[in-house]
Write a protein that binds this ligand. Sequence first.
Ligand code: IVH
Length: 686
Amino acid sequence: MEAKHRIEELRKTITEHNRRYYVENAPSISDYEFDQLLKELEKLESEHPEYASADSPTQRVGSDLAKPSQEKTGGFVQKTHRYPMLSLSNTYSIAEIEEFVQRADKALGGEKFSYSCELKFDGTAICLRYKDGRLSEAITRGDGTKGDDITRNALQISNIPHKLHGDFPSEFEIRGEVMMPYDSFERLNAQRLEKGEAPFANPRNAASGSIKLLTAEEVKERGLFCTLYHIPAESIAFASHEEALDKAASWGLPISDSRKICDGIEGIKQYIDYWDIHRSELPYATDGVVIKINELSSQRSLGYTAKSPRWAVAYKFKAEQASTKLLSIDYQVGRTGAVTPVANLESVLLSGTIVKRATLNNAELMAEMDIRVGDYVFVEKGGEIIPKITGVDFDQRAPGLEKPVFPANCPDCGTALVKAEGEAKWFCPNDSGCPMQIKGRILHFVGRKAMDILCGEAGIDQFYSAGLASSPADLYSISKLQLVALEGWKEKSAQNFLDSLEKSKSVPFERVLFALGIRYVGETTAKSIAKHFGDIEHIAAASVEELTQIGDVGAVIAESVYAYMHSPVGLEQIERLKAAGLQFAAEADQGPKSDSLSGLSIVVSGNFSIPRDKIKEMIAAHGGKVSSSISSKTSFLLAGEKSGPEKLKKCEQLGIRLVSEAEFMQMIPGEKAVRKEEIIEELTLF
Ligand code: IVH
């Protein structure tokens, strides 16, 4: 009876977690915790075959078919997979990988076979079908048997070829993973926070939500990419998995360069050890290593269980976690008035960086975790760059720790906080008088993605305290004399600040609009509004209905823009900034910045000091074309650190030139390198 109860309970819990993961794209437990629950259920079911059920989550693949609720998605036709899309059995233990190898040795008797080791890409599975060399169908995994037809969205993923070249079969199917690189993920979440929307928990959820967006245009903006790793053996006639994938790469399909063929357990272990360390250098998320029997004849003799192939296994890396002490909690007031609790931690080393602070999000989450100052807490860095607290180590809780009290008043100006129905955050409503909000708005205005003015938090503090600036427009009236009178300011730093103010007068309109700090108007939205209306006068004259005509703009954003454009404070800022000489009209489309890369076909591989999609933007802006695979038509390989060995080999064979990041920067006039670290710094909440 005891076991029966637990089995039922586990089935219910796991089904709910599957729903949160696949349908909501918002998991509430870690992959590790989920896998432990599934393992427990598998064990109980094998001990009690009398309670077996075909409906158990141990027998079925999680389904993403229902409509995700987090964004406007859905409306896809469902299609049945020709070959079911299965899952992989997975483990966190090397001993179980050793067992897998022993089982394969035994089952395959004297057959000679090898293993293909690959990364386990942490995205969302996709199945592509090519007919006569053209992409004819793209389907999500769905429930494994049928999935959503997302062909129109797949066509927007930059490295999925619409057309193949070479000796491709007339019809075949290939499967892989759609992923969102870290930099696109960070940008997307920053925009979502800006608009007051819930951020995605990790790049996987973001990718999975993005491929089901309603408009192909939106999908294009999400910066997704795809890696393909499996051709169902039934659909091709090759001897090995390796040969099939190499061939697929030659037809122009995006296949990973990090594959390795091994003879046995030693090679497999080396591969795992290598990637356990080096995966942090990749620009996208991986959550383990997949080990597959390479020979397709051996795969056929091993076959499948109901849920996964017997010829493959996944070794999963544990998310790096650390335990440390919670020293205190700060309540930070942002420029919108939102109050965010921030944990101050005893320094701890996590994934190579020292963590001292982590976000606690909001009052509800703090209460849910039952966190107290003095507790030992678990800090995790998953796909995300900002560390988060995942729980409290109750075994180490000292007696007498008290529940933290979320402040009732603004920690900065003392105004009573308010919380709107259905919102998770508390707000300080004193937007015109709360110093933190005022300084926050100026800080946003000077930010690199906004006006890019040389001034940090400390400077803004000084300006505010000295009565020199309580709004962005005030910055333009500060004189050199006033600056050098401030502590720590010298002639040189004052001049630099004034020069950057001067330079900001040529910042394009879309960034000025973003810099104004209108609630919910992030970078992308500002760009769309600026492009649509052309100048501030037309935006100010637009009705809420007219504003909602823009793809990116929903009712909440439209109302916020309308309110700003009709508020005395907003109008005054605009008038004063206009008088200071800022751009309030979009320039006519200038076309490419230069033609220095015109006619060149460039392949980009490896890691760079700047985000890869910025590099791709630069190539396009200077007239070049980015291509995903090396061919005789490739002009050069832009090779970053750890460029794919396959790509390097191919370049050597075809005599194609390698160009370093530094050389590339010299080829394009007037580009400023934006370092990845700068972006990370900006996205950090504190
Ligand atoms: S092979 C028949 N190879 O992991 C099995 N899957 O947890 C075909 N995945 O459903 C899958 N990287 O979505 C394979 N190198 C890789 C993979 C991979 C990630 C995903 C895939 C699969 C899931 C299982």
